[in-house]
Write a protein that binds this ligand. Structure first.
Ligand code: SF4
Ligand code: SF4
Length: 224
């Protein structure tokens, strides 16, 4: 999931200072799980904006904010409020915010969240980064654990010389990812796999912006 956190309220209010009438748009997927785009988050945002003298004309939590066509359909029920609003507050990740930009080409759209990383919820409201979306996954060779993301140096073939007592030299409160990979390979009786050298990554696979299609008929178009 995409991990988001709320922007500092002062900074956010500063960004919307020239607007009065607002429409709030959350997201019931990742942003809801992060508590940044749920019904409760919208209610909190409404109260904060009203305390600042703004008018909140309406709000909605689309099923999947970054799904442009689905969100467009869901928004039809809110046409009146949207027509009157002079800006939209997107309470989602950067992709959901830009879906709103695509849907409201004549209206200002402001993000209320910072998008942080792709990660897992490991405990309630606790999120760990797990994948850097490198475009060339190599974790079949590393016991399913990603060194690109979990090693601050992104080392692909074992630990650096700074690893101490199994902990990372960059953040001594976290375990070196290569110790985790070693322990898991051992548990899986696959330590032999660590003898293979992982080749330098092809970073062109992560060149931005990327467009892909999973539909055969669009693949050629997306690759251009
Ligand atoms: S190797 Fe790349 S795609 Fe695979 S988990 Fe790590 S960052 Fe993500
Ligand atoms: S100690 Fe391990 S996780 Fe930390 S930088 Fe070195 S190799 Fe990477």
């Amino acid at each position: 999931m995409i991990i988001t956190k709320k922007k500092d309220s002062k900074d956010f209010l500063e960004s919307v200072k020239k607007h009065k009438k607002m429409f709030l748009m959350g997201c019931s997927e990742c942003a809801s799980l992060c508590g940044t785009g749920s019904d409760e988050a919208i209610q909190e945002m409404k109260e904060m904006l009203e305390a600042d003298g703004k008018e909140v004309l309406g709000s909605m939590v689309p099923k999947t904010g970054c799904q442009v066509l689905g969100t467009k359909k869901e928004l039809k029920a809110y046409k009146e409020a949207l027509d009157e609003a002079d800006c939209v507050v997107a309470m989602s990740c950067g992709a959901g915010t830009q879906a709103a930009v695509e849907l409201f080409d004549d209206k200002a759209v402001y993000p209320s969240n910072d998008s942080m990383f792709l990660g897992n919820m490991t405990r309630f409201q606790m999120f760990d980064e797990r994948c850097s979306l490198c475009g060339e996954c190599i974790i079949d060779k590393t016991a399913g654990i990603c060194p690109v993301t979990n090693c601050p140096k992104g080392l692909l073939n074992g630990p650096c010389g700074g690893m101490t007592d199994g902990n990372c030299e960059v953040s001594s409160d976290i375990k070196c990812v290569w110790v985790k990979i070693y322990e898991r390979q051992k548990k899986l009786d696959s330590l032999d796999e660590m003898k293979e050298t992982i080749e330098a990554k092809d970073w062109s696979a992560s060149q931005k912006p990327r467009i892909i299609s999973t539909r055969d008929k669009d693949k050629e178009k997306a690759a251009k």
